[in-house]
Design a binder for this molecule. Sequence first.
Ligand code: HEM
Length: 509
Amino acid sequence: MLHSGLLSSLCVYAPQDLGTTLAVGLGFVLAVSLILKELIAFYNAKFHPLCGFLGPRAATRSETWLYQMTKSDFPEEIFEKLHKEYNTQALRIGPNELHISDVNLYKVIYNQSSPFPKYAAFYDGFNTPHTVFAECDPVLHKERRRMLNPLFSRVGLFKLEPIIQQKISMLVEKIHLLAGNGPLNVYDAFRLMTTEVILQFAFGRSGGLIEEDQNGFRSWFLEGFDAASKSIPDLQYKPWLRHLTNIIPQALVYKLSPDIGNLLDMLKFAEDSLRHWQKSESKPDHPVVFDNLETVKYEEQVTEAMDILIAGADTTASTLTTGLIHILSNSGVERRLVEEIDSLPVNENGQLPLQALEKLEYLNATVKEALRLGMAVPGRLPRIVPNSLTEPFMVDGKVVPAGTIVSISTYTMHTDTSIWGPDAREFRPDRWIGPKSKGLDQYFCAFSKGARMCIGQNLAPAEVIIALAYLLRNFKMSLRSKSDIGVRKDRFTLQYEDPGFQVTFKPRC
Ligand code: HEM
């Protein structure tokens, strides 16, 4: 009797007791973690070694503020305002991070022989460990870079020229077909062209992207790309999310975050391409990145090819877009370019060869200016102040402690009036011509500088030069209104929102 009474009371009350215990336990954990968070925030704001550096209060307390900035449209403009507001060259943008605006320190941070190492948590967010882009260990980076360098040299570039010529010719042909239908989104058109060049180079295959849409330049690939790039800040600032999405089934990842799902889709595409490459019997007559990675683990070959695609496609396309926006907004620039390009004879294959185009002074100056003002990677490239420095690292007369995360952005470098003059924000190709241009190169940071400088610095300008030459030679292009240009967004690489860049084309002959 007593037994059954005890049992029945256990059956009735145990679940409730368990529920209460769990709720109390959870509440306790939550309360402790909130108190801990507050304590850390208080320490960061009042006692952290960077306390002497100025910045918004929220930025000094936790990384949430910087995460929110990273998700905003163009964080560099916000940092620029804050530098002025706090009257400082070393703005505290995170508990342990400074955004620096002293342009003379660029060569110290992004140095050739002893660069400050990359900040791992930021680069881990790209989810491509050990690639030449994401590797933070200087020795491992040097080794990977040595493997890839020959593919990206000037000699390597001329081996790739037939691909660039072919993809741009396909683009021009398609524009001829669609020109009568009204304005075309050339931002998307450029992205398809640059993606196709890299697919061929990094993956040894075409995605058929230029041909895919009969009426314009949309593609499943670009949609995936857009979604994937949106997921980067989450993966950078929520490492648990990155770890989780790397172990759970992909179907669940889609439910949790469709953007991260898209990123994994891209990796799957890269893996399929490697398998396709390994099986294929006929090899193309141009170099393919996989060829130089044979000694590297299978997964790392996949992520390396993927990273090269992410690093090389949108960057080159946004530079082309910015360049064309400025050319079409400035009839003087356009006229000079057309005259120069028209003066060049085509070769025996009916092509405008790169070597000849590189001799056109004004075209090359225009491309350099498009790279400068386009700033395809406008933002932070965070590095850690090493503890091996012989002299302390100083900004604004203050010592920056070893272990601090620091960066100087391309946006800061390329808008500084002490370097470029009062017209720093104007598109003026002539600044790259003549004796006055001497010395400017040391401040030109579109590709960054030093040991971690862009490996695609030969390839990207070549694509831009050839594409502009063919477009200006074949079409009279016009821009109807400013609303035909999408808003610029910095998602590590610069992107143009819808409607991209709408251009009206009229064949010239
Ligand atoms: C206009 C076009 C481009 C711009 C403005 C650009 C800019 C940059 C910048 C600023 C970096 C330094 C990133 C950092 O330190 O975190 C970088 C690195 C890199 N870029 Fe580019 N890039 C362009 C085109 C390309 C192309 C076409 C490729 C390849 C096909 C490429 C591949 C890479 C790689 C692999 C790295 C990492 C290099 C290393 O750390 O050793 N980029 N790029």
